[in-house]
Write a protein of this length. Structure first.
Ligand code: FE2
Length: 363
């Protein structure tokens, strides 16, 4: 693989190039418009084909080269759907995966806080943290929908939970440091290490930073992928003529996504809840699986017909009543729990590990 970290001295911005020399697919993260010719020369040197330009957010300190790269090379531009950048080809959502080369994937982790639409990008063992997490610091949170509490939550819950050895490549550094790691930031970042959420909010509220020099120019331009007014209309027309970005998820991704929106309990907790009573136990496996063995008193409602038959299940008439759902291993029950929440059920739990885990506790 080809991996390059590029630096813009004017704005202290890091730009990243990731490319697969076999397929020639290339991706830029946070390119700066003044370096457009350098980027094109670099791509030509390695004979690469730029597939995507990914933005970690709408920047206030520099203008992106995304729009120009699209015009010159046809690469799709992508920025969070929360950034108000309507001209971008792809409106990025949390969990999106950008595929390139031979099975290479860049995964989107929403990390709002520096701006409302800030994201981090994970490729292999490398995290591109934009302005959400810096080496020994983090981006400011006092404009563009910034929110110090949200930033603390996503850094501590989503970034600091990545493997320790994950490399952290920030969007800026002002002291010529190039790379850090999750363990280094978790244990030594002065704004975050050992700091409570309230302490972090207090620190961020008292930074007293000057307004970014280019903000009035950069933010509106970056909403149009860095293009000037004349170029914008062409960009919108081009975007509309391009086939939409196809999101493709594996079943595992879908289960993981569903689990982010529901509450799981382990078998021990499930048993305790059942002993206490006043909870409906729902088996969402298929009829033949149920017939082969099930938990006592479980009501059968297969996942495939749940939405259609739920109204006919008397035990589920009261949407505020607690429901504990299980399937074979915990995937279908996660989907079922999410669906039931959407249908208005307020107290739904999914049993992690499902009937298989339940049976293991019996031996
Ligand atoms: Fe920024």
């Amino acid at each position: 693989m080809i991996f390059k970290q590029l630096f813009d001295q004017e704005t202290w911005t890091y730009t990243y190039l990731i490319a697969d020399p076999a397929s020639k697919d290339a991706v830029f993260i946070d390119p700066v418009n003044t370096h457009i010719d350098d980027y094109i020369a670099l791509l030509e040197r390695y004979d690469l084909r730029l597939k995507y330009t990914l933005e970690t957010h709408v920047h206030a300190d520099h203008i992106t080269a995304g729009g120009l790269l699209r015009q010159r090379l046809g690469a799709q531009t992508a920025v969070s759907h929360l950034c108000g950048a309507e001209a971008a080809d792809i409106q990025i959502k949390d969990g999106d995966i950008f595929e390139f080369g031979d099975g290479e994937q860049i995964k989107v982790i929403a990390t709002p806080g520096h701006t409302r639409g800030s994201i981090s990008l994970l490729w292999r063992d490398r995290l591109f943290s934009g302005d959400s997490l810096f080496i020994g610091g983090c981006g400011r949170t006092d404009f563009q929908g910034g929110d110090a509490g949200a930033l603390y939550d996503c850094i501590t819950q989503r970034l600091f939970t990545l493997p320790d050895e994950t490399l952290v490549y920030p969007g800026h550094d002002y002291q010529q440091r190039w790379v850090s790691s999750i363990i280094q930031e978790r244990t030594t970042n002065p704004r975050l290490a050992g700091k409570s959420r309230d302490e972090f909010i207090e620190i961020m509220a008292n930074l007293n930073l000057p307004k970014p020099r280019l903000i009035d120019e950069a933010v509106p331009a970056n909403r149009y992928c860095g293009l000037d007014e004349n170029e914008r209309q062409d960009a919108v027309a081009l975007r509309d003529a391009t086939p939409p970005f196809r999101r493709e998820f594996s079943t595992q991704d879908l289960v993981a996504e569903a689990k982010q929106h529901i509450t799981e309990v382990d078998v021990t907790t499930a048993k305790k809840l059942l002993t206490e009573g006043n909870i409906v136990l729902l088996d969402v496996r298929e009829e033949n699986e149920y017939a082969a063995g099930h938990v006592d008193n479980a009501v059968l409602l297969p996942r495939g017909v749940l939405e259609f038959k739920i109204a006919g299940v008397p035990e589920l008439a009261d949407k505020s009543k607690a429901v504990l759902i299980y399937c074979r291993t915990g995937g279908r029950s996660a989907f079922a729990a999410q669906t039931m929440q959407l249908l208005g059920y307020t107290n739904v739990l999914s049993m992690a590990g499902g009937f298989e885990a339940w049976q293991k506790t019996l031996v």
